[in-house]
Design a binder for this molecule. Structure first.
Ligand code: PLP
Length: 452
């Protein structure tokens, strides 16, 4: 079938995510047909270097036959069974054993899900259940952050702070409030990044005090904000947030759906930032996107409370801990660990990407700030480097750059005034060079169109 056929079928029947459906007829979506390593090919055979590893999820890269074999073996052995009532299965137990061997000490249990959104739905119920069991049923309020992203379902989109999502469907749900994001470039004013980081953390303390600590259940945030701009908080931020959460007995919940499984060069992003959350939401890189799977990891405090005092937790998903997903996740973690891929991100490919980006874009007139670590990075677009003035229509500009990227054969993403990249963790130095060269051409063309 031709690309046009696929585009017409898409336009006729498919509600695409985060896209104005009417534009499909004008400029159909690219039809991706094949992937290998860090590359994708569309239906017409055009090759793209995928600088975003899908939706920051194909950490192991495309086309790994060991993951395919693990899925096939499991499908033949036990294609489905659940973990309800009095049953379990070897695949899910083997995965849990591996997962807890990779997590730092202090975590004991996981509730599996099929996605990151579900992990955060489970978070809401689990945290509420925990405080009920602890005899503090009034601890009901969740504090999230403006422009945080935790998923698209009712609860997860409520925890998230995307205004345009809240406007669709009366969100957030009750008992969810938000504080500002630690986005120094946009909101830092005359403060140094470190002063600004402390001020943002102070906002959490002020909010807890205003609401009453006895009513606040948890603070939920991404260690580095992803979909809402790929924002790295100043170093002063997380230690202070942790201090505040501990002081007021507010649970600290890290959404590691993007940050987990090696993205920063550590297995989990909270290790990079040096804090210890009470819960960790995972998905994406757990299976490298080969098959859907997520989960909510619980600290020993929560895990043991649920087990010791909880009785039956009235929660369950038919496909949670699915044997095929678990087998794929285990094969993925085997490869990420056994082939030294995560440690290479820390010592080799990550530093190389970051150094190259700074060399190429530090003096670029369109780029006001470069942030990132490991294999995740953002280029902040600006109108004036000296004053940090941003474009009024910055999203239009970054989406234009994204499209020019396609023309140059690279996939880089636009988020709220920033161009971001998060390639597969298997990327080589040569491929990083190509990613940066193609990104530079897209950014240069964007700057030219703007007359910069
Ligand atoms: N949390 C974060 C930080 C995410 O970036 C995402 C998705 O991008 C989600 C949660 C939702 O995950 P899913 O799309 O698997 O539901």
């Amino acid at each position: 079938r031709s690309t046009r056929d696929y585009q017409q079928l898409d336009a006729a029947h498919h509600i695409n995510a985060f896209l104005d459906q009417k534009t499909l007829n004008l400029d159909g979506p690219r039809v991706m047909a094949r992937g290998q390593g860090v590359y994708l090919w569309d239906n017409d055979g055009n090759q793209y270097l995928d600088g975003m590893s899908g939706l920051w999820c194909t950490n192991i890269g495309y086309g790994r036959q060991d993951l395919v074999a693990a899925a096939t073996r499991q499908l033949e052995q036990l294609s489905y069974y659940n973990t309800f009532f009095h049953t379990t299965h070897p695949a899910v137990n083997a995965l849990s054993e591996r997962l807890f061997s990779l997590l730092p000490a202090g975590y004991s249990h996981v509730i599996y899900t099929n996605s990151g959104s579900e992990a955060n739905e489970v978070l809401i119920r689990t945290v509420r259940r925990y405080w009920d069991l602890m005899g503090q049923p009034n601890k009901k309020i969740f504090i999230g952050r403006h422009n945080g992203y935790h998923g698209s379902t009712v609860g997860s989109a409520s925890l998230g702070g995307m205004q345009f999502m809240h406007e669709m469907g009366d969100l957030p749900i009750p008992n969810v409030v938000h504080i500002g994001e630690p986005y120094w470039y946009a909101h830092g004013g005359q403060l140094s990044p470190e002063e600004f980081g402390r001020r943002c953390a102070q906002e959490l303390e002020d909010k807890i005090l205003a609401l009453g600590a006895e009513k606040v259940a948890a603070f939920v945030a991404e260690p580095f904000q992803g979909a809402g701009g790929m924002i790295f908080p100043p170093q002063s931020y997380w230690p202070e947030i942790q201090r505040i959460c501990r002081q007021y007995d507010v649970l600290l919940c890290a959404d590691e759906v993007i940050g987990g499984f090696g993205r920063t060069g550590e297995w989990f992003a909270h290790e990079h930032f040096g804090f210890q959350p009470d819960t960790i939401s995972i998905a994406k890189g757990l299976t490298s996107g080969y098959i859907p799977m997520g989960g909510l990891v619980l600290s020993r405090r929560l895990g043991e409370a649920l087990v010791e005092h909880g009785g039956v937790f009235a929660h369950g998903l038919t496909y949670a801990g699915h044997p095929v997903a678990a087998a794929v996740a285990l094969a993925n973690l085997d490869a990420l660990q056994g082939e030294g891929i995560v440690s290479r991100v820390k010592t080799d490919t990550g530093p190389y990407l970051q150094a190259c980006l700074r060399e190429v874009f530090d003096r670029h007139p369109l780029v006001g700030e470069i942030q990132g670590t490991g294999l995740v990075a953002a280029l902040q677009f600006c109108q004036d480097k000296a004053t940090r003035r941003r474009f009024a229509n910055e999203s239009d500009i970054t989406w234009r750059c994204h499209r020019l990227g396609f023309e140059e054969g690279v996939i880089i993403r636009s988020t709220l005034g920033r161009m971001i990249m998060a390639p597969a963790l298997v990327i080589s130095h040569g491929e990083i060079d190509e990613l940066i060269a193609k990104t530079k051409r897209a950014v240069d063309r964007t700057a030219q169109e703007l007359g910069l």
